[in-house]
Design a protein around this ligand. Structure first.
Ligand SMILES: *[C@@H]1O[C@H](CO)[C@@H](O)[C@H](O)[C@H]1NC(C)=O
Ligand SMILES: *[C@@H]1O[C@H](CO)[C@@H](O)[C@H](O)[C@H]1NC(C)=O
Ligand SMILES: *[C@@H]1O[C@H](CO)[C@@H](O)[C@H](O)[C@H]1NC(C)=O
Ligand SMILES: *[C@@H]1O[C@H](CO)[C@@H](O)[C@H](O)[C@H]1NC(C)=O
Ligand SMILES: *[C@@H]1O[C@H](CO)[C@@H](O)[C@H](O)[C@H]1NC(C)=O
Length: 424
């Protein structure tokens, strides 16, 4: 009985051990397969993570310093090349017939590989450079007379940087040239471009007779960005551009804008001397640096220090007690506005650069804000917050109701700007 039992057991054991071996074998195979899969998956994830991380790192370095740090050396090349620029006004536009000039300039622009397309709407030409990251956002440089030479020189230098260093601007650029004594770009450029314009930069007139007083005026945000850009130009260029704003009127355009202006009242006979060449180069560098920053920076962040100072200064200059209430109201609104801008800046600083969508949202917000501060009239687009106009009014006009109305209007415009910031 015991033998039978033990035999049974042995057989059982034998059977089951055979069975176990098969099972072991299968499960071993399955385990190996599973481990392989797991390893593969983990390895894959690791590689993907690594490459994502590397990509984020690359974008981060590209966007360091508000998108300007990575290409700082190119910016220096731009300034150096402009220093060597010939800026030969007579050769570029010989002023025989504007048709001839236009054909020549148009040909010169078409020959640059940087230029995407040249459009000819006589008497105006515009050449476009397509942006690499934000091709649907435009920085427009509008020129006429002498500054056509400047625009051409700038385009040629940028073209060199483009072919030599494989660089493209972040946003699209438009060189708009009016072959008339006034700026006709606003009529020549198509409407869709205006809707997507980040900034309208203008240099007008015959600046070869300029003395060294360049002033910048325009909309609050874009002007302050231009001033910041100019401050980064190394060397002691003797222009008094940052001295307290000698205002000129804003353009009647509902586009963020900066206007380079200069006194051209010095005698005509000094235009080829060394000093004037120095001025021309400095002006070209200022324009170049401004265009570069407007097209390259990731966020067009606004530091409202100058804005605050100038508004306060202008308000201080009217000391009639009649305006006290309106002035106080405006100052109060200004304080709220500045606090809201501070909060916005803090939020922008906290946003990770690589969140491109966020950057776009901030830029659109700042564009809206600049337009609100510009506060263009619905009928003729003249700015209703133009301190130059206001200063003139407060000096000339004896009609106090006009001044009061202007102050009220400015307060309303600032309130709209605050609303834009609160709505975000
Ligand atoms: C444009 O380039 C072509 C060939 O490179 C040259 O023949 C032509 O003269 C150039 N045109 C201008 C206006 O410089
Ligand atoms: C700057 O201007 C002052 C007078 O305005 C002049 O004395 C000085 O030599 C100028 N400096 C340079 C570097 O041109
Ligand atoms: C704005 O300017 C006024 C007077 O100049 C000053 O008291 C105030 O602190 C400034 N505000 C900001 C936010 O800079
Ligand atoms: C306003 O201030 C200016 C100087 O800042 C002074 O010359 C003028 O008399 C003042 N006007 C009034 C009405 O107080
Ligand atoms: C001031 O201007 C307003 C409108 O511009 C006009 O209605 C008013 O009569 C003027 N007042 C004086 C005193 O000229």
């Amino acid at each position: 009985m015991q033998r039978v039992l033990s035999l049974q057991m042995t057989r059982n054991i034998g059977e089951s051990s055979e069975y176990v071996t098969k099972r072991l074998c299968f499960s071993f195979l399955f385990s190996v397969g599973f481990l392989c899969l797991l390893c593969g998956f983990l390895l894959g994830r690791f590689t993907v993570e690594r490459s994502l991380e590397a990509q984020a790192q690359k974008i981060r370095s590209e966007l360091a310093g508000n998108g300007l740090q990575n290409t700082e050396y190119l910016q220096e090349i731009l300034l150096q090349e402009l220093e060597r620029a010939s800026l030969d006004y007579d050769r570029t536009t010989n002023r025989q017939t504007s048709d001839e000039d236009m054909r020549r300039i148009s040909g010169l622009f078409s020959n640059l590989s940087l230029i995407h397309k040249v459009y000819n709407h006589a008497p105006c030409i515009h050449a476009t450079v397509r942006g690499s990251r934000e091709p649907d956002r435009y920085v427009i440089l509008s020129v006429n007379e002498d500054s056509i030479t400047l625009a051409l020189e700038l385009a040629q230098v940028l073209d060199k940087i483009c072919s030599g260093h494989n660089w493209r601007p972040r946003r699209s650029l438009i060189f708009c040239m009016s072959f008339t004594s006034s700026d006709i770009c606003p009529q020549a450029l198509p409407t869709f471009i205006w809707r997507r314009a980040v900034a309208y930069v203008t240099v007008h007139g015959r600046f070869m007779r300029a003395n060294n007083h360049a002033v910048l005026f325009g909309s609050d945000i874009i002007r302050s960005i231009a001033v910041e850009a100019i401050r980064t130009i190394p060397g002691d260029n003797n222009w008094t551009y940052l001295e307290h704003e000698v205002f000129g009127p804003r353009l009647s355009l509902d586009i963020p804008q900066v206007i380079f202006s200069f006194n051209d009242n010095s005698p005509a006979n000094n235009h080829h001397n060394q000093n004037s060449r120095l001025h021309d180069i400095t002006l070209a560098q200022m324009v170049g640096q401004t265009i570069w920053r407007l097209s390259e920076c990731t966020v067009t962040q606004w530091k409202p220090k100058y804005f605050n100072e100038t508004v306060n200064e202008i308000l201080e200059s009217i000391n009639t007690s009649r305006f006290q209430d309106a002035k106080e109201k405006l100052k109060k609104t200004l304080r709220i506005l500045l606090t809201a801008v501070e909060e916005l800046n803090a939020e922008i600083d906290m946003t990770d650069d690589i969140q491109m969508l966020h950057m776009r949202i901030w830029n659109d917000l700042l564009l809206d804000l600049d337009k609100a501060l510009l506060c263009p009239d619905r009928i003729d687009s003249h700015s209703r917050t133009d301190l130059a106009t206001f200063r003139k009014l407060s000096h000339d006009s004896i009609n106090e109701s006009t001044i009061l109305a202007y102050l009220d209007q400015m307060t309303k415009c600032f309130e709209d700007a605050i609303e834009i910031l609160q709505e975000r």
